[in-house]
Design a binder for this molecule. Sequence first.
Ligand code: AMP
Length: 284
Amino acid sequence: MKITGDSRKLKDFVSALRRKNRTVGFVPTMGYLHEGHLSLVRTALRENDAVVASIFVNPLQFGPKEDFRRYPRDLSRDAAMLKKEKTDFLFTPSAGQFYPEGFQTEVSVKKLCLPLCGRTRPTHFAGVTTVVMKLLNGVRPDRLYLGQKDYQQFRIIEQMVHDMDMPVEMKMAPIVREKDGLAMSSRNAFLTDEERAQAPTLRRALLKGEALVKKGVRDASRITRAMKETLREASLARPDYVEIADARTLSSVVRLMPGQKALLALAVYFGKTRLIDNILTVVK
Ligand code: AMP
């Protein structure tokens, strides 16, 4: 596995593959890798001739009061994990290399950024689209691999790729979970033992909501009320939002419609740690 923060070396590597008509899959991450990230890498390896992964804790996507400084980092462990999977190339730019003096462009998708996580993190998604646009221009992959865990992020990037005619195929991978149902996340490392023990309640609340949708309940507020009730079983949990949204527009749903693809989504604080999770379901 080649590993470098030098974007010219990245370009040379990908250009050489392109000349040989090889396909490239790309897995962008912020590191502190877990099985969720590795599942993306494995899928990308199956579907492409070569895989580029990136590790970059992107300062642009953190708000001023968020956890940029304390975000967990362990590059040597991450590199060993990616090497073991037979990742071809690991791109690890520094913030100074990636956003040199004078950098001033922002890429943003107007409406999809506003609901759900956008309400609490108003600058987050513009940071994400800016970094992903720049990474995609550097890697020029055939396929981009993202997790359903960050479903709003997936939809926003999908919209950007569509609107800007970017020649990349979007691939969404399912959420990888711990045995007790908690969605894997680098931020789980911040949880105290007590918080960690309560964290699977997020998944239980989502499953409660999904069960009601499957039972034929159409009133979204009735479903979210039941989900919030489940969350109350976790005494340390402070819900940020619990919502049912249309999976395409991400706008809030009042009444579910037959055939509609719905997103049941929530964000919950445990202390300073904010966890997210979701379920996609098609209404019968
Ligand atoms: P991050 O390092 O948190 O920015 O995540 C990098 C990529 O991994 C994103 O596309 C995430 O959606 C994806 N990802 C994170 N956690 C999981 C998980 N538990 N299962 C599947 N994909 C995940």
